[in-house]
Design a protein around this ligand. Structure first.
Ligand code: ATP
Ligand code: MG
Length: 419
């Protein structure tokens, strides 16, 4: 991608009303656009990151048997009445509307009831189970506070998977698999070292639910971490009884600010009972399907990455989710430099290296370096008067102070591609 062709531009200042670091950096870099408080659009660079995170999640969900779908965002009142969740006292973040004929509709806050209702059309026998169904789908929530940039939006995409099993035992086997998959996801996106499996309150069917909490001062949650065990406990279940159950000592717990990047929850038969999702057992008996739900917000993950992996110059993308692997800069308007930089660019493209080429003219080296730091690609490759006098390309990791000069062949080798 040639930066000169990108419609977005970097900017020195974020909007004055934007207080969160993730939104400030992402807006300044042109990754996202702020539409209003808690509502952001994804622009080319930001969408690339988002899609990479989405794809990592998709791969891990497919690996544990997930089938991808997309449910609708418009939901009817009748879907949520059986569990009394149309009631604003039970779900207080609904955006609701009415059709011209007075029919009441809502914009999806979540999808437990909707998917249960949909699957009634397909699940009848024990032979139809288990099923693990997921989507990347837009949720709308009238959140009270929306001050955390893309970490808390009023419109956001969620990956929500729902599990449908014959009984609790089968459910728990999948539940454990999902825990591992979540751990892998957070490792792959680059926040594994800061993310803890966190015990939170369960529901009717389970003593606990589990959250995946990433340590950051930008988080809105408080958790208690047992570093030696690698687990954490949510505020709401931090009591003597729970500590004893988990074999955790009070004195080993350290309080941290954190953000919930994902959660997994045993739903049991709450929805299948209420919406009458039953299957026939081998013995011909009718039983309620045993369910679970598993959420991750890819946008919140992206915001969290920016919060925990940036410095005073800008973002530091982990390679797995960086919009581009290499940021190539041509410095100077000299024809020889432009020709050399173009050659490097074309060669990288030919070798399928994801590269952003800062081919913009009329900009100082300082401005281009500052933009490269702000945008945060893992590798910066500079073609300049100086680099041409040596081997050709000055290469530097985003995390390094000083780089090295390499030839194009060496660069390709380092990127593990053939010249
Ligand atoms: P929180 O307590 O932070 O509001 P939640 O318990 O409401 O989260 P869920 O409804 O379980 O979250 O949603 C599943 C996942 O969706 C969360 O773990 C998070 O990653 C993401 N998520 C939830 N709310 C938002 C939001 N307003 N903006 C962006 N992502 C969100
Ligand atoms: Mg919430």
């Amino acid at each position: 991608m040639r930066q000169s062709k990108l419609f977005t531009k970097t900017r020195k200042e974020a909007p004055a009303d934007e207080i969160s670091k993730n939104a400030q950096l992402l807006i300044r870099g042109g990754f996202i656009n702020k539409e209003m408080a808690g509502v952001y659009s994804y622009l080319p660079l930001g969408l690339k990151v988002f899609k990479k995170i989405e794809n990592i999640i998709r791969e891990e969900m497919n690996a544990i048997g997930g089938q991808e779908i997309v449910l609708s965002s418009l939901q009817e009142k009748e879907t949520w009445e059986p569990t009394d969740q149309w009631n604003d006292e039970n779900i207080d973040v609904w955006f609701k509307t009415k059709l011209k004929n007075e029919t009441e509709l809502g914009l999806a806050v979540t999808h437990e009831a909707a998917i249960t209702k949909m699957l009634k059309n397909f699940l009848q026998s024990y032979r139809d189970l288990p099923q693990y169904v997921y989507q990347f789908q837009t949720k709308f929530r009238n959140e009270i506070r929306a001050k955390s940039g893309i970490m808390r939006c009023r419109e956001f995409v969620m990956k929500d998977l729902y599990s449908f099993d014959i009984d609790e035992k089968a459910h728990l086997e999948f539940y454990e698999k999902s825990k591992k998959a979540y751990k892998t996801i957070f490792e792959r996106v680059g926040i594994g070292h800061l993310t803890y499996l966190t015990f939170a309150s369960g529901g009717m069917f389970s003593p606990f639910s589990h959250e995946f909490q990433t340590l950051t001062s930008a988080g809105e949650d408080t958790i208690y971490v047992d570093e030696s065990k690698g687990i954490a406990i949510n505020k709401e279940v931090n009591n003597d009884e729970v500590l004893a159950k988990l074999g955790v000592k009070k004195e080993d717990l350290v309080e941290h600010r954190a953000v919930e990047v994902g959660n997994i929850f045993t739903l049991g038969t709450r929805f299948s009972d209420a919406l009458d999702l039953k299957y026939q057992t081998e013995e011909g008996e009718k039983k309620s399907v045993f369910m679970g739900s598993y959420g991750i917000g890819p946008g919140r993950v992206m915001g969290t990455v920016v919060e925990v992996l940036s410095d005073d110059k800008g973002i530091i993308w982990p390679e797995a989710i960086a919009p581009f692997r290499v940021h190539l800069l041509s410095l100077g308007e000299d024809e020889a430099i432009i020709a050399e930089a173009n050659k490097v660019y074309e060669t990288l493209v030919k070798n399928k290296v994801e590269v952003l080429f800062d081919d913009r003219i009329g900009m100082s080296a300082g401005e281009k370096f500052a933009d490269a730091d702000l945008l945060g690609m893992p590798l910066r490759a500079v073609v300049s008067q100086r680099s041409i006098k040596e081997l050709g390309i000055e290469l530097k990791k985003r995390t390094e102070e000083k780089g090295q000069v390499v030839s194009l062949d060496e660069l390709l080798k380092m990127l593990e591609t053939k010249a």
